[in-house]
Design a protein around this ligand. Structure first.
Ligand code: APR
Length: 267
């Protein structure tokens, strides 16, 4: 696998592995790029990013839902169709293996994601979701979780109904919406607390597949840095982020298994 990478990149992978092998508190933040090799579009990649073709203002804000709930609901039903048969790629699998290894060795390895897909869980990881869950629904008005055969998540994903008819809450008659954090909404409190604690206490913070443009998630790397952590970024199109210590400018699915292999070899 090393042969596929340039000598400069191999040297960077080895530098990252050496650093990681001596540390026992690691925090990883993933974004849409980690699921790109599974066939799920990112938001901001040129050509393929969702926000290149759709306007977030029309589809991913509470105001948009209140203005045109049918449009927003059908867009998320379409996204569910797009995602339902996707499976973890080597990056998800390596992160799951790493987390399990860390647990065995009594090390701390916190995985945080901005993604609403469940590919980290499918790979076997325990993951904190900052931006909610694509497969969950709740009432927009009273917040009650909603689950039945209409548009609900079925663990086998065989009985999903992708109907784009709006559904109403049994308690208050409000419209049912996906349990996703939209622009302008607060992050789930418990998830954010877990993320802040892990970022503030880690020795190495790894950003994988995120443009680091959306706050507060993007602030976690800064919090880690202020508390003395080293930062590693994995992104084929690295962000202009001056606080990063090591940049691995390659696809996550290519480099994550390799990085893990090197860390295990050095540990
Ligand atoms: N491996 C690693 N990184 C990749 C890969 C890959 N195979 N393919 C693309 N990328 C990188 C891109 O270069 C880009 O920097 O992934 C990043 C994806 O960035 P965004 O599309 O902005 O996704 P993300 O950072 O997760 O967005 C944050 O924005 O719209 C909201 O709520 C949505 O959670 C999302 C948030």
């Amino acid at each position: 696998m090393l042969a596929e990478l340039s000598p400069k990149l191999i040297a960077e992978v080895q530098r990252a592995a050496k650093l990681l092998a001596t540390k026992s508190r690691i925090c990883v933040l993933t974004g849409a790029g980690v699921s790109a090799e599974s066939g799920i579009p990112t938001f901001r990649d040129k050509q393929t990013g969702l926000w290149q073709h759709y306007r977030a203002e029309d589809l991913a804000t509470p105001t948009a839902f209140e203005r045109d709930p049918k449009l927003v609901w059908s867009w998320y039903q379409w996204r569910r169709q797009l995602v339902h048969d996707k499976t973890p790629n080597p990056a998800h699998l390596a992160l799951a293996e790493w987390q399990q290894d860390a647990k065995k060795n009594k090390q701390s390895f916190t995985l945080i994601t901005q993604n609403v897909d469940d590919l980290h869980e499918q790979a076997g990881s325990t993951v904190t979701h900052l931006h909610g869950h694509l497969w969950r629904n709740r009432c927009h008005d009273c917040g009650t979780p909603f689950q039945n055969e209409v548009a609900a998540w079925d663990s086998s994903k065989e009985a999903i109904n992708f109907d784009d008819e709006l559904v109403t809450c049994q308690h208050c008659d409000g419209y049912i919406r996906p349990d996703i954090v939209w622009f302008g909404e607060a992050l789930p409190g418990q998830a954010w607390q877990t993320a802040e604690d892990a970022a503030a206490n880690c020795e190495v913070f790894i950003s994988v597949g995120t443009s680091s443009l959306v706050y507060p998630a993007a602030g976690l790397a800064h919090l880690a840095k202020q508390n003395g952590a080293k930062l590693i970024e994995i992104n084929p199109d690295p962000t202009p982020n001056t606080i990063v210590d090591i940049t691995l400018a390659v696809k996550a699915g290519v480099v994550m298994p390799l990085l893990l292999q090197q860390v295990i070899a050095l540990s």
